[in-house]
Design a protein around this ligand. Structure first.
Ligand code: 3PG
Length: 405
């Protein structure tokens, strides 16, 4: 695929897809972490003499952290120390006018692209190339730059659609992530994967792949992913936890987890205990005694001790997704302890995803890890050996448009 040095970007109008999907405080709606913003700095610095329209998403429809990109615009401007203008439109008349009016050095930030309903549909690149979003915007741009490594596993219009219609180039972050991960992957053996967070569907797919392809020596589940496996192993997790699984995924996932457990029992470690809140305090309880009316908020202390002891046997570790409700101090213990232990291991260490990176920043020096990836789901998909749609789209675009240049 092409990178920024391969083309003349001076004075050109460029659509830059970044991923600044960030943890957001549920009450104040403030962005809690600016890691992903900083990771795109080099790409923007290389495009100082271009006219840039930024396109990005925040969360998904229906979630509490599904917001406009107004605050993201301010954050980006702060980090780049350049003016960035928020445009509350994606491809309507207003957005197109703003794009046309840009001068060299200008940056505009378009509205959350997932406000456009087709953006959340995952379809093949050709179909995405024919969407309204792509058709409306492409006439205004010379190039499309893909820098959203963290969303590279999504076959969505703003990721794979534009490269079908205009020359697509890899941004600096995308290039750095792929190069580093390719290198690390070659060295990996006896790898432990620690999977947490709330993206149950994605995680179950990934776990299945990692075990079927024998990529993982062991898998440790935490967070809501663990709750699914605890239920699948025959324990009662209570109504609020089951309802939450139904809300963010579906009960089919519990059946899928059951199948995985049956086939790969010795390869999967599920928590022995979990933490709940009682009278404003953290309380650790065994999985055999989970109350029927309380949300599980973290893995338990015994589990932390058990998992971290076992980590000492691995040669490489990949960690993604928080172990608990990381925003609350009492329930950040699981995430922080797992990350801290990983940082002290004499093994290859790779961590990814917003929450884990924030935890790492709070607890240990950056250089304690071999790589801190901006990707969560994208990082995991990279290890399943399934092709990343964004990368494929860059390659297709090069073949399609290079001959014309
Ligand atoms: C992420 O945070 O993993 C990416 O931004 C992709 O978000 P998604 O899982 O909502 O598609």
């Amino acid at each position: 695929y092409l990178n920024i040095e391969d083309v003349n970007t001076i004075g050109k109008t460029i659509l830059v897809r970044i991923d600044v999907n960030s943890p957001i405080d549920p009450s104040s709606k403030r962005i809690l972490d600016d890691n992903r913003f900083r990771s795109h700095k080099q790409t923007f610095n290389k495009l100082r003499n271009s006219k840039i329209a930024v396109i990005a998403h925040q969360s998904r429809p229906g979630r509490k952290d599904f917001t406009t990109t107004e605050q993201h615009t301010k954050k980006l401007s702060e980090i780049l120390q350049r003016p960035v203008e928020y445009v509350d439109d994606i491809f309507g008349t207003r957005a197109r006018q703003k794009i046309q009016q840009m001068e060299k050095g200008d940056i505009i930030f378009l509205e959350n692209v997932r406000f456009y309903s087709e953006e959340v549909l995952q379809r093949d690149p050709q179909t995405q190339g024919e969407t309204i979003l792509v058709n409306k915007l492409t006439p205004y741009f010379d190039y499309y730059i893909m820098d959203a490594f963290a969303a590279a596993h999504r076959s969505q219009p703003s990721i794979v659609g534009f490269p079908q219609k205009i020359p697509a180039i890899s941004g600096c972050l995308m290039e750095k992530e792929i190069q580093t991960l390719e290198k690390i992957k070659k060295e990996f053996k006896n790898t432990y994967f620690v999977l947490g967070g709330v993206k149950i569907k994605d995680s179950i797919k990934v776990i299945n792949h990692l075990l079927e392809n024998k990529t993982a020596e062991k898998i440790y589940v935490t967070g809501v992913v663990a709750n699914t496996f605890i239920k699948a192993s025959g324990h009662k997790i209570g109504k609020p936890n089951t309802d939450f699984i139904k809300e963010i995924a579906d009960t089919k996932q519990i059946e899928k987890a059951k199948k995985i457990l049956k086939k790969h029992k010795n390869k999967i470690e599920i928590p022995k205990d979990v933490a709940i809140e009682e009278n404003g305090q953290r309380k650790d309880i065994p999985i055999t005694k989970i109350p029927q009316n309380k949300m599980i908020q973290d893995i338990g202390i015994e589990t932390i001790a058990d998992f971290t002891e076992q980590f000492k046997n691995c040669q490489a570790i990949v960690m993604n997704g928080p172990a608990g409700v990381f925003e609350k101090e009492n329930f950040a213990i699981g995430t922080k302890e797992l990350v801290r232990t990983a940082s002290e291991l004499n093994a290859y260490t790779l961590i990814g995803g917003g929450h884990i990176c924030t935890a790492a920043e709070d607890t240990c020096p950056r250089k304690a890890f071999d790589h801190i990836s901006t990707g969560g789901g994208a990082l995991m998909q990279f290890f399943t050996n399934k092709k990343l749609p964004a990368l494929q789209a860059l390659k297709t675009s090069r073949k399609k448009f290079m001959t014309k240049q």
